[in-house]
Design a protein around this ligand. Structure first.
Ligand SMILES: [Zn+2]
Length: 374
């Protein structure tokens, strides 16, 4: 266990931000005076937040999911740690440090806090989002208009902006419009709210950023989807079929030669071979959806698919928040079986061996083994 004391405003404003997990760390936020405090978990892993009283008693103790604002009771000491961390044995020494700590005298101590600046930036962003929603829906918010005018990840951001405004109506002087649009938006989007918030992270566009190089021949290519959504799937759920894990870059000629568009099994083999464990996780979600036995799961912590469908890491197929940003398949966990499936699918209509060891393919995946039947 590593106990870190954060005692000045810049240290405190960073806290657990941009960390994957606090596994071994106990963050201790010390303040010169007791006061109610607003903490946020934007860009933070899920974490346990504890507000300690003068005698070390817990005034607040909860596990907070990412991207939340948390209001803490008046206190001078706040702890953050991994949800599973047992911290009670450290409380006594934390108290002795806290009570003996000499804070430097500075009038600007609390006012220039980085958290306030960040909150204001979030507030300004939320207002801009709500203005866009209103100008697209001048006669009241409608799902049809939202579906037509905005991408899912944008709708996810709008919903989180609306939630932010509604949770903190007295944070700044809000125009009436902001609360009204927020209320309407949350109501209209409520059937798919968690899906949209998941899409705000998981459905970020990637097709124009990823290199378009055919896996079979190295020519200019487009990323083509493998699995398609069961009929009648709501677009608010079907965004996962636009994930890179469900796509393979193929040029027009190779698409024709392989018959990619007309052979569902070949499509699965190529995506499976290319994306290994990550495709398997997406595939599990797809099968559960298609068979109607998909159960509810925590989509804010696991936007892509339920925790049990993948491993713990990006490489092993985790659908967790910190692994949801679209990435190229390099380094994904692939076994000899994946290599074999991939090789067989790629060479179905004949392909020269050197093509498969060429730089364009090496740039995308781990080395391909010797072909079984050259
Ligand atoms: Zn090609």
């Amino acid at each position: 266990m590593r106990v870190q004391f954060l005692v000045d405003s810049s240290q405190r404003s960073f806290g657990a931000m941009f960390q994957k997990s606090l596994k071994e760390d106990l963050l201790v936020f010390l303040y010169p005076t007791p006061a109610p405090r607003t903490f946020h978990t934007f860009f933070c892993p899920p974490l346990r937040m504890i507000a300690l009283g003068e005698q070390g008693e817990a005034l607040f103790d909860q596990v907070i999911q990412p991207a939340r604002l948390v209001r803490l009771p008046a206190c001078k000491i706040v702890l953050e740690c991994d949800p599973k961390t047992e911290f009670s044995s450290y409380v006594e020494s934390i108290l002795s440090v806290a009570h003996g700590f000499k804070f430097p005298q500075s009038a600007a101590w609390e006012a220039s806090s980085g958290v306030d600046a960040l909150l204001f930036a979030l507030f300004a962003q939320a207002m801009a989002d709500l203005r866009r929603v209103r100008s697209a829906n001048p006669d009241g918010v409608s799902r049809e208009v939202l579906r037509k005018r905005f991408n899912l990840w944008e709708r996810g951001r709008f919903a989180s902006s609306a939630g932010f405004i509604m949770d903190f109506p007295d944070l700044y002087n809000l125009p009436e419009m902001a609360l009204e649009v927020s209320r309407d938006l949350i109501q209209v989007e409520s059937p798919y709210l968690d899906e949209l918030l998941a899409a705000a992270i998981g459905n970020m566009p990637w097709r124009n950023v990823f290199p378009g190089i055919c896996v079979r021949c190295g020519c200019a290519a487009r990323w083509k989807s493998a699995l398609s959504a069961p009929p009648e799937t709501a677009p608010e759920i079907a965004w996962r079929y636009q994930r890179p894990e469900n796509a393979v870059p193929l040029c027009r000629a190779c698409t024709m030669t392989l018959g990619y568009l007309t052979k569902p099994v070949l499509r699965i083999d190529l995506a499976w071979g290319l994306w290994g464990k990550r495709f398997e996780a997406l595939w599990s979600w797809h099968k559960a959806l298609a068979w109607g036995n998909l159960t509810q799961w925590d989509k804010l912590a696991y936007p892509l698919w339920p925790q049990e469908y993948g491993g713990e890491s990006w490489e092993s197929g985790s659908g967790a928040l910190e692994h949801a940003t679209p990435r190229l398949p390099n380094g994904v966990a692939r076994t000899a079986q994946h290599d074999e499936i991939f090789w067989r699918a790629l060479s179905e209509k004949g392909v020269r061996k050197r093509t498969l060891t060429a730089a364009h393919l090496q740039a995308l995946v781990a080395p391909i083994p010797e072909p079984l039947h050259p």
